[in-house]
Design a protein around this ligand. Structure first.
Ligand code: KG4
Ligand code: ZN
Length: 340
């Protein structure tokens, strides 16, 4: 069974081909970062236009790399939501038109479900049930994954996502968008205890997060030093290390609470921020103490990509026998994970 995966929920255009026995045969990815960098964030209209420009090209490259013809495809899986409505419309239109022309089913996939299932691209994959920590630029959540298609949301960010918190702090240090990875590099030369940034919502017994207050605290700390232009490398490194420590601490301790309360023995960490080294070592240390195994998708499948959409499609189509029941194109920019 050959599954085509299409990802266009934000600023990454992806086309992948996955085969149940042969594995991942192609994973084409085009990042629009350079298009949006001058604006300090994703410009939805520019993102949509770029997806239109790139999808057809990547589709042909994917077929070439997989050495198959279009008629070999069995199902076309695409990101139906959540995400930016324009980019989602482009992907859904491409997917449905292609599926219709090939006489194959289309299958809309929940972007966050795709992130949670990305670790099944690795040999074996995690066993159900597992606890999932999803930390990306758009989302931060803890979910109990009972089995394929059954997700219980334990908590989520009430405002900014963890990646957004990294990116906003990075912007205040003059780093270009998305600054999360650059901030993490700076942080490795700084002192984590230099600034006592708050650990929001840690006192609460629920699993919700809040990161928007950190940005304000960070801004005040920068201003107190005379503004970004006055900061030395050491100042920047200390600020970066301290804010990273606050974000990592909150993520790690809420995850620990969830492990203790659910009694789950596997933790799957996904999303762009899963690439963060400090988060990885904090989670490894904490999980070892809790007797919990931590599973990550390969780094290239942590950030947005189409391979995760293809594997989610393969599982939904192959195991749950699901596909779209209508040819109408209706992306779902807001779509709770629990309804996936
Ligand atoms: O999953 P992703 O590619 O996109 C969304 O679906 O949002 O995640 C991108 C986010 C960005 O905010 C980026 O700054 C952050 O992940 N990120 C990191 C690191 N690598 C990526 N944040 C902190 N440390 C990193 N090493
Ligand atoms: Zn994502």
């Amino acid at each position: 069974m050959y599954v085509l995966g299409i990802e266009t929920s934000c600023d990454e255009t992806g086309i992948a081909i996955y085969h149940k026995q042969r594995g991942l045969l192609s994973n084409q990815l085009y990042s629009q970062i350079e298009v949006h960098a001058p604006y300090g964030g994703v410009v939805p209209e520019l993102a949509s236009r770029d997806h239109v420009r790139k999808l057809g090209v990547l589709y042909r490259l994917a077929l070439e790399e997989a050495r198959i013809g279009a008629s070999d495809l069995d199902v076309v899986a695409y990101t139906e939501g959540p995400g930016l409505v324009g980019p989602l419309l482009v992907g859904a239109s491409f997917a449905k038109a292609l599926a219709f022309a090939l006489g194959r089913p289309a299958l809309g996939i929940h972007h966050l479900e795709a992130h949670l299932l990305a670790s099944f691209l690795e040999k074996g994959g995690p066993d159900f049930p597992f606890l999932a920590l999803l930390v990306s630029g758009g989302h931060t959540l803890l979910a109990k994954v009972e089995q394929l298609g059954r997700y219980e949301l334990l908590g989520q960010s009430l405002d900014d996502a963890a990646g957004e918190a990294f990116d906003k702090a990075a912007k205040l240090l003059g780093l270009s968008y998305p600054g999360g990875p650059a901030l993490a590099r700076l942080a490795s030369s700084g002192r984590r205890e230099a600034y006592a940034f708050a650990r929001p919502l840690l006192h609460r017994k629920d699993y919700n997060f809040s990161f928007s207050g950190l940005k304000t605290q960070f801004l005040y700390a920068v201003e107190k030093l005379g503004g970004e232009a006055q900061l030395s490398f050491a100042d920047k490194a200390d600020l970066a290390a301290s804010v990273e420590a606050a974000i990592v601490d909150v993520l790690c301790r809420k995850t620990q609470m969830a492990i203790q309360q659910t009694g789950l023995s596997t933790l799957v960490v996904a999303g762009g921020v899963a690439a963060n080294e400090r988060l990885r070592s904090a989670l490894a240390f904490m999980s070892a103490g809790e007797g919990c195994r931590v599973v990550y998708p390969a780094l290239q499948f942590c950030t947005d990509n189409a391979a995760m959409v293809a594997i989610a499609g393969a599982l939904r189509f192959g195991v749950l026998k699901q596909h779209d029941t209508t040819w109408s194109i209706r992306p779902r920019p807001r779509w709770p994970l629990t309804q996936a």
